[in-house]
Design a binder for this molecule. Sequence first.
Ligand code: SAH
Ligand code: DHB
Ligand code: MG
Length: 226
Amino acid sequence: MEPLWDKVDEYFVEHLAPSDDVLDAALAESAAAGLPAISVTANQGKLLQLLARIQGARRILEVGTLAGYSTIWMGRALPPNGELITLEIDPAHAAVARQNLERAGMADRVQVWVAPAAESLAKLIAAHVKPFDLVFIDADKASIDSYFLAALNLSRVGTVIVVDNVVRKGEVIDAESADANVLGVRRLVDLLSHEHRVSATAIQTVGSKGYDGLVIAVVIADPGTG
Ligand code: SAH
Ligand code: DHB
Ligand code: MG
């Protein structure tokens, strides 16, 4: 990628989102287990953590755990009695994540649910769980719009929903795209443009993971969950 983006990313990470043994070990164990290097960057992890703090989040939902790197960043913003549920389809990923979360000292506050996210989300909705304060959607991109609607069903007015990987090196503007990931993101953006219960924007990001971006949305009208 653009070398200057990496250098600037490193500069801000060094000063504002420094790593530590727990975060380093999470990435090292992820790599050692052969998991793909697609965790959020440190700066993005710090952004998620700040959003959780700004929210005063007590309940966080994550869709797409991988090795639990983003989970650790967000989990560190939770109060002692807070809760984070993270959804992962791959048992091997979940096993690495559980070890990483144990090392991070948050096994008591974090549950890793191993199943297709659509199933876990349906279970959470059927169980009428208390609404989440922050939702981070970062699993398969082809289903990103349906995960967003499920997240809305698990929200209250004020819930913040963040969606990763919505720029895709700019491919998001290709109306002719046949890429299921791009199509998923475009359905999400269409949905957001009509959905009166949320207010949203998208931020383009560059840095050590290249050119991508995030949707940030806040629920502004009763999503029908109390
Ligand atoms: N949030 C993580 C990265 C997640 S990568 C971080 O930043 O640290 C995407 C994860 O979503 C992968 O672990 C993948 O196995 C998982 N995934 C893919 N499809 C899924 C599905 N249908 N349901 C649940 N998880 C899924
Ligand atoms: C991929 C997934 C991600 O969540 C990400 O941030 C980057 C890449 C992927 O599936 O390739
Ligand atoms: Mg991602």
